[in-house]
Ligand binder design. Structure first.
Ligand code: NAD
Length: 297
């Protein structure tokens, strides 16, 4: 079997286009642009790249981008004051504080200070709670992007066996909740799981969110499984090369001989995350403006 490549890059481009059309419609209705504020504390190189592309894609989608860059030694109270100011700014619909924060800052305290109605990352406990009881709120962007790819590929997930590897608050747990809401039979595997290959072999759907390069092998997979690879890992550079190759948590080439469909790394889940962030921001804008969220957003 040669697995179909699930093209997250193309899917994300279509989603951004749809968000762009609806962002223009929102501007016409509300008399202002939808707005996303991104806060970056410190100079983590990967975070700087993410923040730059979030800002660029926000503007390309016809929304307003507000960037706040603060020094690494910013005191907690200054960051809380900024979050509070953004909570009260009617031009700001979504607030994203780029993680990880420097060690002296309490991530949970900062996230808790964001208004749940502007928490477009879906990390606030109120939104985590809403997801777990089935109320509408904001769902973290990466797992929601994975669900969109799965629904597009498989349609109805009812009764399918799904195994999520990884139990982080950002990916694994909300992913499992979304699969459960879609009536899959869900197992969450993690670092203490016994016989991980045996657990994964049961799955019609495998979502790998671990952060270990090419950990999931072809022989772990049930033939015909659909594989969503969330991991982004950079291998050490080959001799003479400046940068190592990016790989996922799944051994892509060998897994492609067993799975029926699989997301590549890069070009699979990665591009979905920002596209869903833009989508969540526009949903927030409609709600904050007291307007009905359009169908299909
Ligand atoms: P995390 O470190 O918070 O969680 C990793 C999880 O993997 C933990 O729950 C742990 O129990 C589990 N784990 C660790 N070792 C294991 C093992 N040997 N066997 C089974 N489970 C094991 O990571 P995270 O934030 O959830 O991210 C996971 C991966 O996804 C990382 O590679 C990250 O870079 C990537 N990621 C990608 C995107 C994207 O946009 N595509 C977004 C977020 C995270």
């Amino acid at each position: 079997m040669t697995a179909q490549r699930i093209d997250g890059k193309a899917f994300a481009a279509r989603l951004r286009e749809r968000v762009g059309e609806l962002a223009a419609q929102f501007e016409g209705q509300a008399g202002r642009k939808a707005g996303l504020a991104v806060v970056l504390v410190g100079e983590d190189p990967a975070s700087q790249v993410y923040v730059r592309s979030k800002g660029k894609q926000t503007v390309e989608a016809g929304m307003a981008s507000f960037e706040h860059r603060l020094p690494a030694d910013t005191p907690g109270e200054d960051l809380l004051a900024l979050v509070n100011q953004l909570n009260n700014d009617p031009a700001v619909d979504g607030i994203l504080v780029q993680l990880p924060l420097p060690d002296h800052l309490d991530e949970q305290a900062i996230i808790s200070a964001i208004s749940p109605d502007k928490d477009v990352d879906g990390f606030h406990v109120i939104n985590a709670g809403r997801l777990s009881v089935g109320q509408s709120g904001f769902v973290p962007c990466t797992p929601l992007g994975c669900m969109m790819l799965l629904a597009d590929r498989l349609g109805d997930l009812s009764g399918l066996e799904a195994v999520v590897i990884g139990r982080s608050n950002i990916v694994g747990k909300p992913m499992a909740q979304l699969l459960l809401d879609a009536n899959a039979t869900v197992t969450i595997a993690h670092s203490r799981t016994k016989d991980l290959p045996g657990v994964v072999r049961r799955a019609d759907i495998v979502v790998a969110a671990v952060g270990r390069p090419e950990m999931v092998k072809a022989e772990w997979l049930k033939p015909g499984a659909t594989v969503i690879d969330v991991g982004i890992n950079r291998l050490p550079p080959a001799e003479g090369a400046e940068k190592g190759r990016l790989v996922g948590d799944v051994a892509f080439d060998e897994a492609s001989n067993v799975a029926s469909a699989i997301t590549p790394v890069p070009g699979g889940v990665g591009p979905m995350t920002i596209a869903v962030l833009l989508r969540n921001t526009l949903v927030a804008a409609y709600r904050n403006a007291g307007l009905a969220v359009p169908e299909g957003l």
